[in-house]
Design a protein around this ligand. Structure first.
Ligand code: A2P
Length: 279
């Protein structure tokens, strides 16, 4: 599969398999096993998804070598802070039953609504990620759901800068301000919910454009994310859809149609605003 190169030279398969909301147990095991069988080489999980054991089992039981698969997990909010972060990383690694992680992310920024010292909290969690990276326990480190204000506070405190920022991104939810900063800092954008959690699939403009290329709206959205230079993380538990979502290299969306998708009216995201959520 085609890859993106992170600023530290590490390569990441361009389409990742998202596992948010895929329940621990057979469902997660089967979904990840199917994803690996049909060609995904990048699996994205998180401590809070509660499915690391089954995700790890599917990875370990596949016929692939460990180094062929890029595995990401994330620090949950209740584990913020220097020591806590180091411990939580080990717990995730153990659940996954892996020797190393390819990437570890801070899942959500501590924000100003929750904490007066949100800047310090994020900076101290980040220090642990730097340590894990320096020790070689993880090949890349980054953040998730960091908006411009959170990045602007974190970057001056960081010795090693985040290599990715995983945010909600899909047609109708363009996150221009945060993305402009990330592009300036060479931070790769990973897009969670590239299909808007499924709500973009009945959009008339997207349906018409998808028809033109003889693809599904899901394929169109995923391909659009790629052409924007970002890394899509589609999620599905349905084998045909898992396969369909990876089949995005057989067509190219014209600049004109990319512009039409870019220009869709603001639709909004999931409602989880990183500057305000309190969890
Ligand atoms: P399911 O998991 O039941 O297959 P997102 O990645 O934006 O969060 O969207 C995930 C949602 O979109 C899930 O409800 C998933 O359903 C659905 N979905 C994923 N891929 C497709 C597809 N190719 N066609 C239709 N629906 C899809």
């Amino acid at each position: 599969m085609k890859v993106y190169k992170l600023k530290n030279g590490v390569t990441v398969p361009q389409v990742g398999f998202g596992t948010w909301q895929i329940k621990e147990g057979e469902l997660a095991f089967n979904a990840v096993s199917t994803a690996l069988e049909v060609g995904y080489r990048h699996i994205d999980t998180a401590a809070v998804y509660g499915n690391e054991v089954s995700v790890g089992k599917a990875i370990n039981q596949s016929n692939l070598k460990r180094e062929e698969i890029f595995v990401t997990s994330k620090l949950w909010n209740s584990d913020r802070g220097y020591e806590e972060t180091l411990k939580a990383f080990e717990v995730s690694l153990k659940k996954l039953n892996l020797e190393y992680m390819d990437m570890y992310l801070l899942h959500w920024p501590a924000n100003a609504k929750q904490f007066d010292n949100w800047r310090d909290i994020n900076a101290s969690s980040w220090k642990s990620l730097e340590k894990l990276y320096e020790e070689g326990k993880v090949k890349a480190i980054g953040v998730s759901n960091f908006m411009r204000e959170h990045l602007e506070a974190l970057l001056p405190t960081a010795t090693i800068k985040p290599m990715v920022n995983q945010i909600e991104f899909h047609p109708g939810f363009m996150q221009e301000d945060t993305i402009a900063l990330c592009e300036k800092e060479s931070i790769l954008i990973e897009a969670w919910s590239p299909l808007g959690s499924g709500k973009m699939l009945d959009n008339e403009v997207l349906i018409a454009i998808a028809k033109k290329y003889n693809v599904s709206v899901a394929q169109l959205c995923i391909r659009w994310v790629l052409q924007k230079g970002h890394l899509p993380l589609p999620k599905s538990v349905t084998p045909e859809r898992i396969k369909n979502n990876l089949d995005v290299y057989g067509f190219i969306i014209s600049d004109e149609d990319v512009n039409r998708i870019d220009a869709l009216p603001y639709i909004g995201g999931s409602g989880l605003n990183p500057s305000e959520v309190e969890f």
